[in-house]
Design a protein around this ligand. Sequence first.
Ligand SMILES: *[C@@H]1O[C@H](CO)[C@@H](O)[C@H](O)[C@H]1NC(C)=O
Length: 209
Amino acid sequence: MGVVCLSSKVYPFTTFLALVGVCFGGSDGPRGVAVGFVFDPKASCDQPCEHGGLCIRNNTCFCSKGYDGETCKYANCYPKCKNGGSCLRPGKCRCPSGFGGRYCHKVMCDGGCWNGGECTAVNGVAKCMCPSSWTGSKCQDAICPQGCKNGGICVVPGICSCPEGWLGGACHHAVCTQPCLNGGKCIFPNKCRCRPPFSGPQCEKKQSH
Ligand SMILES: *[C@@H]1O[C@H](CO)[C@@H](O)[C@H](O)[C@H]1NC(C)=O
């Protein structure tokens, strides 16, 4: 039989300490006896020993390696499950969402972090920490500090993609395919604002009073 753990609720405390004194459990277990013990064949345990534990004395279970508790109910994980993970069975952690790896020690950002973002736990929640010019849950959105006007979209940090008819770093310059004449200003795609007394699509007409 392998290394097993003993726990008792009937032994006086001092006896239990003596048992702990001779206890060792493989390389990683905190408790467990590998020495002979008195086995009472008539022993009965009111609550059955779980996970292959043996009832060796009245209400005393001798637990299989990796389990402890009065009825050997609790699995042990070494190293312990991190980040709120629970030990399902020896060496197997169930991790809360946002964490993974054998011991729930790895922060997992669903879908990953883009553009150099780093997956980090913030108050126990996995989050992408984005470089300064990117934002969004996955750092998928570029930041254009100048803003993108007139329906432009920020595609790369600082660079707007402008709809047709608009140009400029913030898509703020309208484009008039025919130039605005006589000091007129292109204020909207193919729309000139004319200086008086000019008018017409290109401000080419001089109004006569
Ligand atoms: C164990 O319990 C049974 C009944 O519950 C009792 O008859 C017996 O004497 C107990 N054995 C010991 C060693 O205390």
